[in-house]
Design a protein around this ligand. Sequence first.
Ligand SMILES: NC(=O)c1ccc[n+]([C@@H]2O[C@H](COP(=O)([O-])OP(=O)(O)OC[C@H]3O[C@@H](n4cnc5c(N)ncnc54)[C@H](O)[C@@H]3O)[C@@H](O)[C@H]2O)c1
Length: 340
Amino acid sequence: MSKRIGLMGCGQVAVYGHIPAIQETPDLQLFAIFEPDPDRAREIQQRFGVPHAFSRTEDFFASGIEAVTITSPAPCHRENVLDCARHRLPALCEKPLAINKSEGDEMVAAMRSAGQPFHSGFCYRFSPVALKIRELVREGAIGRVRSLRLIYNWHLHGKYEISHDGSQILQRRREARMEEGGPMVDCGTHQIDLAHFWLGSPVTRFTAHGAWIDDYLAPDHMWLHLDHENGAHTVVEISYAYTHTAQNRRSEFIYELIGTGGIIRYDRDLESFFMENASGRHDFPCSPEKDFIGLYREWAAALHSGKSDLLATAEEGVHVADLARRATDEVMAGRVQPLS
Ligand SMILES: NC(=O)c1ccc[n+]([C@@H]2O[C@H](COP(=O)([O-])OP(=O)(O)OC[C@H]3O[C@@H](n4cnc5c(N)ncnc54)[C@H](O)[C@@H]3O)[C@@H](O)[C@H]2O)c1
C-alpha cells in the first residue's frame, strides 16, 4: 500500500528535487502540499497534479496524510516538526535540521514522545558516487582512510537577480541563506554528514576559518577541519561567493579520500570518479552529487519496515547542524578587523 505523503514548503528544492522524486517512488503518493503563499500553493498543485493543496496547517494535517516531508526554510523546521509530532506523523526534514542544538533537541524529543520516526533528509548520501565511496572504504580498497578533502565552491546562483520591474536587485534566495548562517550552515552540512557516513567515526574536535568576500555577518567562504575518533582528518572548504559576480559562473565540487593504500577522487564538474591503489587506476561511473529518488526509495522502505541503515537519523542531523553552526559562530566571533 502506498503511503499518503504531505509536503511542507513549495520552494525551489521542492520543485526540482522532492516533488518529482516522491512522484517517481512507487510506494509513495504525494497527497497534499502545504505552502503559506496561496497563489504558489495553487500553482504547484496544478503543475504537479497534487490532489490537495493548503495554506493553513490545520487543513493540511486534517487531510489524511500518513507522513510528512519538510522542505521549508531552516527557521521554519522547528514549527513544522512540532506540528508533525502533535499529529503523530513520521517526518523527514531538509537540512539544516535545526538552527541550533536546543531547537534540534526539542524537535527530537517531541518526535520521540509522539513515538514517530524522524529522519534528516541528506540526499547526497544516496548519490551512487557516495554509496560507492562508502562501499570502497568499508572493503578497505584504499587501506585505512586518513584524510578527506571535501570541496564545494560555488556562487549560489549569483549575487543579483532581475526583479519584476526589470531592475537588478540582490538575489533573495542567496540573501536568505547568508542570513541563516552562510555556506557551512547550509550546504556544508552535506559534506560534514558524508565524512561521518563514510568513516563511521565521530568528530572529536574541530577548528574553522573564514573569509568575507561580501560583507555579510557570516563568512561566505569557509574552511572546517574535523578530527575523527579513529585518527582521520577531514577538511571541508565551501563558498557561496565563488564567481558570484562574474559573467561566467564556475563551481568546484570535489571529494578526495586519502588512505594508507591509495586515493579515491570524484570531481563532479570534470565528470571524473576514480581510485588509485596497488592494483592501478579504477574508473567508476559518474553521477550527480544529489539523489532525491534514492532518498525517497529508502524513506518509503523505512516507513514500511520501521528501519534504515542508510537514512540519517534526526540526532545525526542535529549534530551536523550544531557543528556547522558552532564553527560559523566561532569564525564570526574571531573575525580579524583589517588594520586601517
Ligand atoms: N538538499 C539539497 O540539496 C537542498 C538544496 C536547496 C535547499 N535545500 C534546503 O531546503 C530548504 C528549502 O530551501 P529552498 O531553496 O527550496 O527555499 P525557498 O525559499 O525556495 O522555498 C521555501 C518555501 O517554503 C515556504 N515557507 C515559508 N514559511 C513556511 C512555513 N512556515 N512552513 C512551510 N513552508 C514555508 C516558502 O513560502 C517557500 O515557498 C532549506 O532548508 C534549504 O537549506 C536543500
